[in-house]
Design a protein around this ligand. Structure first.
Ligand code: URA
Length: 259
């Protein structure tokens, strides 16, 4: 990254405005390479110098990637007059301009959502033709039958006539199911099970591509990750591999207590 004015860098990488940044600098809250800096017009090279604000490092990478474990009651939007948004789960210091949820979960769904300011990456992840697999742990009203697994693999037809791509599913215990979709239509998982005359009671996104929600990330918590971690989200792992990893990491205790 080329040299950039300190106030511009801070305003770009935080929720502070340029004016806020000037005040914070005056207060002596900003350090460059560990030394307090008061001069807002000072030029810095974010790739070579470490900038901190109130002793928290300001990330210099060109984009930010944050995983969240979305709880019920939050919507995947940047602002809303009625509902809480997933951005409210991110601390102010990470709330940089242009941060948005790359993909959606319903207000009553929980689990893995990526927040980023990297539009190109989000496009790669969400474009219908990229078919990035998304894994959901679902609690159903009724048992999943072998015949349902077959229908899902063949591609179910939704009530409005929409044809779905093949989806892999595996029944777990107590009406829980792991299902993997390669597309993301509106309310798709709920509508797919409705077409099988079943009903989704709980829906939790557990993985995207090869990236499984970290087991120690509780509902409502966030985790900053690196670009190379996000790349794993774009990889298509075999269903069986992800299924086994999920089963190894998350005991049935976890599924029952945390999801
Ligand atoms: N499918 C749904 O029905 N809801 C979600 O939140 C995600 C996938």
């Amino acid at each position: 990254m080329a040299e950039i004015r300190l106030d511009k860098f801070l305003a770009n990488r935080s929720s502070y405005s340029r004016n806020d940044v000037k005040l914070i600098l005056k207060k002596g809250a900003v350090k460059v390479d560990g030394i307090t800096e008061y001069n807002s017009s000072r030029k810095i090279n974010p790739d070579l110098q470490e900038v901190s604000c109130y002793d928290k490092k300001i990330l210099s990478g060109s984009h930010v990637y944050i995983l969240i474990n979305k709880p019920v009651g939050y919507i995947c939007a940047t602002e809303d007059k009625i509902h809480k948004t997933v951005l409210e789960l991110v601390p102010d210091k990470l709330k940089i301009k242009g941060l948005f949820p790359a993909g959606r979960l319903d207000i009553d769904s929980t689990g893995l959502v990526l927040l980023t300011d990297d539009g190109e990456l989000a496009h790669k992840m969400l474009a219908p033709k990229s078919h990035v697999p998304k894994y959901y742990l679902v609690k159903l009203k009724n048992n999943l039958q072998e015949s349902d697994i077959k229908k899902l693999a063949e591609g179910v037809i939704l009530s409005d006539g929409t044809a779905c791509l093949s989806a892999q599913a595996q029944a777990l215990q107590d009406n829980y199911v792991l299902i993997c979709l390669h597309e993301g239509k509106y309310h798709q998982v709920k509508r797919m099970f409705a077409s099988l005359e079943n009903h989704v009671e709980l829906l939790h996104r557990i993985a995207i591509g090869g990236l499984i929600l970290p087991e120690n990330l509780a509902l409502g918590e966030h985790l900053e990750i690196l670009h190379k971690d996000v790349e794993i989200m774009l990889k298509s792992e075999r269903f069986q591999v992800i299924y086994e990893q999920i089963m190894k990491r998350f005991s049935s205790y976890w599924i029952n207590k945390r999801f």
